[in-house]
Design a protein. Structure first.
Length: 317
């Protein structure tokens, strides 16, 4: 469970919403349990379920606190909405709920959450997205830390770099975090939002952050951000992209291999299967080389045989 990875469309990372720290963590846990490669998600695909004990283990909580934390966060989450702004086109703004059903089971001591249909385009088959390990963010203590972390990760991903100075106007920053009418004095924003986020991100995540201001009075924020380049197994397995479904295209031996590779890597990420160390490294190498070449034309007969055997072993071929 500690290797769960969160995938989100860029639009969702930039959306406007206001969640508490615990509501944010609940959403992230649920998103990490989804399979983002599903082409036409059904109600079952947008439904997640876990026991209170499992949630405690995923989020590093004491088992006694898990139910009460879930009960409170879920009740509030049912009233929350997401707001996405579209700068061009006929639609200027779209507002929808995160989830539309929550069910607590007394016998199994578990929770079922169903994501709303309107949020599906931002969680499944996404083309532009961010990805990160749940382990990097689950210890954040400030409600704005996650929003800032995701926004910075989106910016780095788009620029295809691990280090950058990212500027944003103070007005746009507050609008993104729904703080338009809050913290009129910069010193208060700095104390309760910026410094708190820096402390969380620098203490718990794979990102290093410092923030400067420009203007008198301050009108621009400069985020100096750098991702830790140390690579772990999850980063290797989640490299480059979410595998796209090939159902709508003609099935070929190569497309079958690529589809199977994508499925097995996702199942490993979500702890549905346990790969051996050799299998994890081999499959990671195969995915990386495919991403670089855009095909499997470089595969040797020995590599292809090994790949087919692993996929067949886990029923992904």
């Amino acid at each position: 469970m500690s290797e769960l990875v969160v995938f989100k469309a860029n639009e969702l990372a930039m959306s406007r919403y206001d969640l508490t720290e615990h509501e944010t963590k609940l959403i992230l846990c649920c998103v990490a349990l989804l399979n983002p490669t599903v082409e036409n998600p059904t109600r079952a695909d947008r439904t997640v379920s876990f026991t209170y004990q499992q949630y405690a283990e995923m989020m590093g909580l004491k088992a006694d606190n898990a139910y009460h934390r879930l009960n409170s966060a879920t009740s509030e989450l049912m009233t929350r909405t997401v707001e996405i702004i579209y700068p061009t086109g006929d639609v200027s703004k779209r507002i929808f709920q995160w989830v539309n059903l929550a069910e607590f089971n007394r016998r199994t001591q578990s929770l079922i959450l169903v994501f709303s249909e309107d949020i599906l385009p931002y969680l499944f088959q996404i083309k532009r997205f961010i990805k990160y390990n749940l382990e990097h963010v689950k210890s954040f203590e400030n409600k704005y830390s996650m929003r800032i972390y995701e926004w910075l990760l989106k910016e780095l991903t788009q620029r295809k770099t691990h280090k950058a100075n990212i500027e944003i106007s103070l007005k746009d920053f507050k609008f993104m975090l729904m703080l338009d009418k809050n913290y009129p004095e910069f010193k208060e924003l700095n104390r309760w939002v910026l410094k708190a986020a820096m402390k969380d991100i620098n203490s718990h995540s794979n990102m290093n952050l410092s923030i400067e201001k420009r203007g008198r009075p301050a009108d621009t924020l400069i985020f100096q951000v750098e991702l830790d380049k140390q690579i772990d197994l999850v980063s290797e397995l989640a490299k480059e992209s979410i595998p796209r479904s090939t159902k709508s295209a003609a099935t070929t031996p190569e497309s079958s291999l690529h589809s199977g590779l994508g499925k097995i890597l996702h199942d490993a990420l979500t702890a549905k299967i346990q790969l051996t160390s050799f299998e994890a490294k081999f499959l990671s190498d195969m995915q990386s080389k495919y991403d670089l070449n855009g095909s499997f034309s470089w595969l040797s007969s020995k590599q292809q045989t090994t790949l087919e055997k692993i996929l067949a072993k886990y029923g992904r071929l």
